[in-house]
Write a protein that binds this ligand. Structure first.
Ligand SMILES: NC(=O)c1ccc[n+]([C@@H]2O[C@H](COP(=O)([O-])OP(=O)(O)OC[C@H]3O[C@@H](n4cnc5c(N)ncnc54)[C@H](OP(=O)(O)O)[C@@H]3O)[C@@H](O)[C@H]2O)c1
Length: 360
């Protein structure tokens, strides 16, 4: 496999730091550009993140001495030195849309962690184990943008990366009709730590702006179909969600209730989870977990602190499957929000794009 030269725009933020850390040890990717706002531009990466480095490991050597470029104005220079970029900027939605499109129009593919383009009809929003076939819209998007190489691909919101993977292998087989989810989301999902978010200590906040709509609607795009060069969202199942911010550093948990048109047995559900394996596993992509869904028989698992790092934070933990009095079944899911739910999920998507020739 050839090495791809990679840039990160928004490299100084929490998600950007995670990208830099993962790219530094990636077998296919080499970090050649880092970019952020005018506040960081012109400094070395090490200087730009001094006093706000949030990762457990130190700033990687390959990043330390790179000069931070200005993401909005140094586009030509950045595009000249990369095969593609990851986007983790925090700006207004219309500004992110324009910025990501500017890179794509300069023939630089963009793999984005942001929500800005998730509902652009010809932009694939992909969880590689769930809907890799949505990459088929890329030639249509290229036609709209007038590009040969450039395009935008996005990952979905972090809240649903726990329960959608668990519902997916049950959906068609047993006719998933409706689901109710309550999510318990870590503070890193808001770009925060306990130091920067003291109000969360000893607290639960029952509101995360925009998160419930994303949790209910984005699964329908993931389960949608490519028709005439765009993705048409599915009209079922019906999902209702409540999303809470809880006092955990990393790891989003979800309590899930689900009903089916052909109610399976508990053994059938567990068998579907155990045997679920998809394209990333078949292609042996470097970031793909070997076993995507891990079922815990212990009645007090999964636990956020114990289980969020399963398979380098790329697997989903499931537990407590039991019958319910109002829905057919209830169970609990957990995924790491900044790994599978953010930078790690985007890196896996980029690996899939490389393996399928979209980055050549
Ligand atoms: N945290 C998560 O788990 C998570 C999960 C999913 C999605 N997201 C999304 O990912 C994005 C980044 O989140 P984050 O938590 O990493 O945010 P963050 O820590 O606040 O970092 C924001 C990044 O954007 C850059 N930036 C801000 N304004 C810019 C501008 N005008 N031009 C270029 N760069 C600019 C910042 O650069 P400076 O350092 O120079 O200011 C910084 O690199 C957000 O859109 C967020 O909603 C986050």
């Amino acid at each position: 496999m050839k090495k791809y030269k990679v840039g990160v725009i928004g490299a100084t933020g929490m998600v950007g730091q995670r990208f830099v850390t993962l790219i530094a040890r990636h077998p296919w990717f080499e970090l050649t550009e880092v970019a952020a706002s005018a506040r960081s531009a012109g400094r070395t990466y090490e200087e730009a993140v001094a006093g706000r480095w949030l990762m457990a490991e130190p700033v990687p050597d390959c990043a330390k001495h790179l000069t931070v470029k200005r993401a909005e104005t140094d586009i030509d220079e950045i595009c000249a030195h990369v095969d593609f970029v990851f986007s983790a900027v925090d700006m207004k939605k219309n500004e992110i849309q324009a910025l990501e499109e500017a890179y794509a129009r300069r023939e630089c593919p963009v793999v984005s962690n942001n929500s800005a383009h998730r509902w652009t009809p010809d932009v694939p929003m992909v969880v590689p184990e769930i809907n890799p076939e949505h990459l088929e819209v890329i030639p249509f998007q290229r036609k709209r943008l007038g590009t040969k190489r450039g395009f935008i691909a996005v990952k979905s919101n972090c809240s649903l990366q726990s329960y959608v993977p668990a519902l997916h292998p049950l959906k068609d087989e047993f006719g998933l009709e409706r689901a109710l989810v309550c999510t318990y989301q870590a503070i890193s999902g808001a770009g925060k730590t306990f130091e920067t978010f003291p109000d969360i200590v000893d607290n639960v906040i029952p509101f995360i702006g925009g998160e419930e709509e994303k949790s209910e609607q984005e699964p329908l795009k993931l389960w949608g179909k490519v028709e005439n060069g765009v993705i048409v969202k599915a009209d079922a199942p019906s999902i209702t969600a409540q999303c809470f911010r809880v006092a955990c550093s990393d790891g989003h948990m979800a309590a899930v209730f689900a009903s089916f048109s052909k109610k399976p047995t508990m053994e059938e559900i567990k068998a579907r989870w155990a045997s679920f394996s998809a394209l990333p596993q078949k292609l042996e992509l470097p970031s793909a977990p070997k076993q995507f869904l891990h079922y815990f028989e212990e009645e007090n698992r999964p636990q956020t602190k114990l289980d969020r790092n399963l398979e380098n934070g790329m697997a989903v933990s499931v537990g407590r499957l039991r019958e319910d009095t109002q829905y057919d079944y209830k169970f609990v899911c957990l995924s790491h929000n900044t790994l599978r739910g953010a930078a790690g999920g985007a890196i896996l998507l980029a690996e899939l794009l490389c393996a399928q020739g979209y980055m050549d």
